[in-house]
Design a protein around this ligand. Structure first.
Ligand SMILES: *Cc1c(COP(=O)(O)O)cnc(C)c1O
Length: 238
């Protein structure tokens, strides 16, 4: 089922890219495996899926250790490179060390204090932690994320931290009533991404715009997403 679902999601991504006159290779698929177990992840890996997203830190760390253990027992299988793990959920200060020690990416950084702790706690033997800033693009009151008007200053500060590499922005807008409305809100994130890149405040341009989920990945791709985060359409309902 997971393998079949993955194919359907890849087809949706390709169709959306063609409709938007974009190269399908310009959009990465992050499989959001929260609440599903390591066996589900390994099944997705058997079909070539490499990047996985987790919301809950302890659950994510347990799964990472299980999957990496499996990978160590099956060298070179099923992927030529090891699985890649993205933290996409809220991070409390007391959880930064777990994130810094186990994840490859963090997409939910929304304040400098968390970024500083992640940088300080990233183990020296690991590559820099790859970071996206979560932007509260539509001002959703209950959601975390840096306000759009503060994102550029935060990006400039995060880009200076030695053990982090700033890769881009991530957004989770409220569900939109239709395709046009969804495109409009994703376009705001894309415009902010371009604006920060053009401002000349970063040592290196950001290359990742993480937006779009099961319900709205077509609109996100239309607006310029380079990474869609898909859970339900791959693993099923939670
Ligand atoms: C759960 C989650 C997703 C995946 O959502 P689906 O609707 O299941 O595709 C993507 N991004 C974030 C931040 C999530 O928490």
């Amino acid at each position: 089922m997971i393998v079949r679902n993955l194919q359907l999601v890849r087809d949706r991504i390709t169709t959306a890219c063609v409709a938007a006159a974009r190269d399908p290779a310009s959009v990465r698929l992050l499989a959001v495996s929260k609440t599903f177990n390591a066996d589900a992840v390994i099944e997705a890996m058997s079909d070539g899926q490499r990047a996985f997203g987790e919301n809950y830190i302890q659950e994510g760390v347990d799964k990472i250790l299980a999957v990496r253990g499996w990978e160590a027992d099956h060298p070179g299988l099923p992927l030529s490179r090891p699985s890649e793990w993205h933290c996409i959920g809220p991070i409390q200060s007391n959880k930064t060390r777990l994130v810094a020690e186990h994840f490859d990416w963090v997409q939910s950084v929304d304040r400098l204090k968390i970024a500083q702790r992640l940088s300080e706690q990233r183990p020296p033997h690991l590559p820099p932690l790859q970071v996206c800033l979560q932007v509260n693009i539509d001002g959703g009151a209950t959601k975390s994320g840096v306000a759009p008007q503060d994102a550029q200053a935060l990006a400039a500060e995060v880009a200076r931290l030695p053990r982090l590499q700033l890769r881009g922005l991530m957004s989770i807008p409220e569900p939109a009533p239709d395709f046009v409305a969804a495109c409009a809100v994703h376009k705001r994130a894309a415009d902010l991404f371009d604006q920060i890149n053009r401002a000349g405040v970063l040592p290196q341009a950001m290359d990742t715009l993480s937006m779009g989920m099961t319900a709205d990945l077509e609109a996100a791709i239309h607006a310029g997403s380079t990474m869609v985060r898909v859970g339900t359409a791959i693993f099923g309902g939670r």
